[in-house]
Design a protein around this ligand. Sequence first.
Ligand code: SAM
Length: 261
Amino acid sequence: MIRTTHRPKRSLGQNFLQDQGTAAKIVASLDAPTNARVLEIGPGQGALTRWLNQSGCTLHALEKDADLAAELKARWPDLSLLVMDALEFPWERLHGPWNIIGNLPYNVASPIIWDVVSRVSDLERGIFMVQKEVADRIAAIPGNRSYGALSVWVQSHVQVRRLFVVGPHVFYPRPKIDSAVIRFLPLPNEERTTCGPALRKLLNICFQQRRKQLKTILRSFWHEYLTMWLIDQGLKPECRPEELSPKQFQHLAQLLFAVEA
Ligand code: SAM
């Protein structure tokens, strides 16, 4: 850890990992090949950065807090570090295989993950520590209470695995909740959605009214062929959005909006 007088900023979700064992375990789960290009989001005081630097990867980092960035640069002058907001990062410009890792700030973890999985064209691996509840939502399966737009979106772009839970005691300041580490691997090309804008539109419509029946939610788009398609899928027009698998959402999005999206 960097010796620092830095006061953690709540607005930037600064809960710094203090436990070296946990940091090493997170970096080990990236399992990046030697020389792999790795981008760390939010290096903070360098808990993961230290292990990443020793792993033989080509490391780049993205930190919003200029004070911390200056401390990181003082410690690792060769670190390729961008001082910017990950929410404004041009993810499409990452060409070729990239590994992305981060102990993400709680307040922006979901939008960062939403962007990374859909806008990085060749994500080799992703390892993220997030609030446990967010990890549960990302990995949830249809019918589960946590299943929603984020689950469908992420699982339509990458393979998801929830790896392990991390308790509050390894952070300073201590959060009130558990965190969890999740891993993303590429989906086979034919399984990755090709209708992102249409899928996003459908998810917005469906999960704003998740307790309603699909037939009611989609009444202004309803056609007889949708009834046929649902029956063919083993579903009923009266089903609720949370009963559809990511694959079925993708298919439905294509049927409804792909042309206009
Ligand atoms: N990686 C460090 C660790 O494990 O101890 C810090 C993790 S801390 C939970 C989140 C880090 O992300 C902080 O360093 C914070 O300044 C940075 N951060 C917060 N919002 C950010 C954003 N929008 N873009 C980039 N970095 C951000």
